[in-house]
Design a protein around this ligand. Structure first.
Ligand code: APR
Ligand code: ZN
Ligand code: ZN
Length: 368
């Protein structure tokens, strides 16, 4: 069958929206009609090569849709089911999965962007195989994905809102509530750079009843979003040194937790420098795959600081995603306010430009 998709053919070049040939789902795979795809900075990181995929790859990793057909051996899912796409495939039975660290599943050693059997499902008009970002590619009208990437949700949820739970919401809220475990309940103050994911880290801090939430960004518009999502203080890092500003706001002590949500080595070090002794810097943003950070080694020991990573909000997609939608229903989690712009698929390059200009909390591509 045919599908229109946004494809990265060359790093740092405009994304191409074109019609592709899509194979039928094989065993353990499912065909989805995409309803909505969020536009996340990680999609742009694939375009720049910061998150490395060989070209060509169909983009998108934050989406929701409706099951159209299921392949052989698929149980528990039927045509018509509404699903969120998880951007990791997990087996549920390996060591990491048994430790409930399913996003760190060790079972699938398949090159990036291929289906679990190591083959393509998408092909362009020249017959060349096209990879799928995160094995899903939500910026496509239809997608064939592993059943391991699906989270079934109640039909009454708006798929557009549910799409955001596929990455940004779960990554941001989970970084606070899951990665920091019981610690987050003691959260006195957290901070950080307020993009689509960062706003959700603020929402996580609100849910964790943080006493103070200090948002840092370089865009005034983003700091205003941050306030409306629950930040108690904001720091414009293009005007003030954010480390000094955060120290001042905390009577010289530093914050209990700092969340870095953009993947910039400079802001990762800033996050480290903002936490108090025995505090925790949580790195959520995906830095360039070749970048390093340097921190003073002795200082790490003598201040007992903790520097930890948080991938996908340490989530269990099937448990956490329906729970997050439930919090939305209860009015405890903002999803409507996250969406500040809708795009058609063929406006993807415009959506990336708006993201770089700091225009949106989240932009969302809607499919018919
Ligand atoms: N200091 C503070 N804030 C900054 C800085 C800086 N030096 N540079 C950029 N920012 C802000 C931007 O103004 C923007 O508000 O970082 C924010 C990034 O937000 P988005 O572009 O919306 O990115 P998002 O989708 O939230 O993704 C953030 O998380 O999952 C990862 O790979 C993803 O690295 C990406 C990160
Ligand atoms: Zn993302
Ligand atoms: Zn596993």
């Amino acid at each position: 069958m045919k599908t229109r998709a946004a494809v990265m053919y060359e790093h740092n070049q405009p994304v191409v929206v074109e019609e592709l040939e899509l194979d039928e789902p094989k065993a353990n795979e499912v065909l989805i009609r995409t309803a909505a795809s969020g536009v996340c900075h990680s999609d742009l990181s694939v375009v720049t090569g910061a998150i490395y995929y060989d070209a060509a790859v169909a983009l998108g990793h934050e989406g929701a849709g409706i099951i159209e057909r299921v392949g052989d051996d698929v149980t528990g899912f039927s045509p018509g089911d509404h699903v969120i796409l998880s951007f990791v495939s997990y087996c549920g039975s390996c060591r990491m999965c048994e430790m409930e660290k399913v996003c760190l599943c060790e079972s699938y050693d398949v090159p990036r962007g291929f289906q679990l059997d190591g083959t393509y499902r998408l092909r362009n008009s020249s017959g060349d195989g096209i990879l799928q970002m995160a094995r899903i590619a939500t910026m496509s009208e239809y997608m064939v994905v592993p059943k391991q990437n699906l989270v079934k949700i109640d039909e009454h949820y708006s798929l557009e809102k549910a799409a955001l739970v596929g990455c940004g919401v779960t990554t941001g809220v989970g970084a606070v509530l899951n990665t920091c475990e019981g610690g987050a309940r003691k959260l006195r103050s957290g901070h950080r750079d307020r993009g689509g994911v960062g706003l959700n880290a603020i929402q996580g801090a609100v849910l964790a009843q943080a006493e103070r939430i200090i948002a840092v960004d370089i865009a005034e518009k983003k700091l205003n979003f941050a306030k409306s999502f629950g930040a108690t203080d904001v720091v414009n890092a293009s005007v003030y040194d954010p480390v000094e500003a955060v120290r001042e706001l905390t009577a010289g002590l530093g914050v209990d937790y700092a969340f870095e949500v953009i993947g910039n080595p400079k802001t990762i070090v800033q996050a480290y420098n903002m936490v108090r002794a025995a505090g925790t810097a949580v790195i959520v943003g995906m830095a360039h795959h070749q970048s390093d950070v340097s921190i003073p080694a002795q200082h790490l020991v003598s201040t007992e600081r903790r520097l930890i990573g948080s991938f996908y909000g340490s989530c269990q997609p099937k448990v956490d995603m329906p729970k997050l939608l439930g919090l939305y229903t209860e009015g405890k989690l903002k999803l409507d306010e996250l969406i500040t712009q809708h795009y058609r698929l063929d406006q993807i390059n415009e959506a990336f430009a708006d993201m770089e200009a700091g225009e949106n909390a989240r932009g969302v591509i809607l499919f018919n």
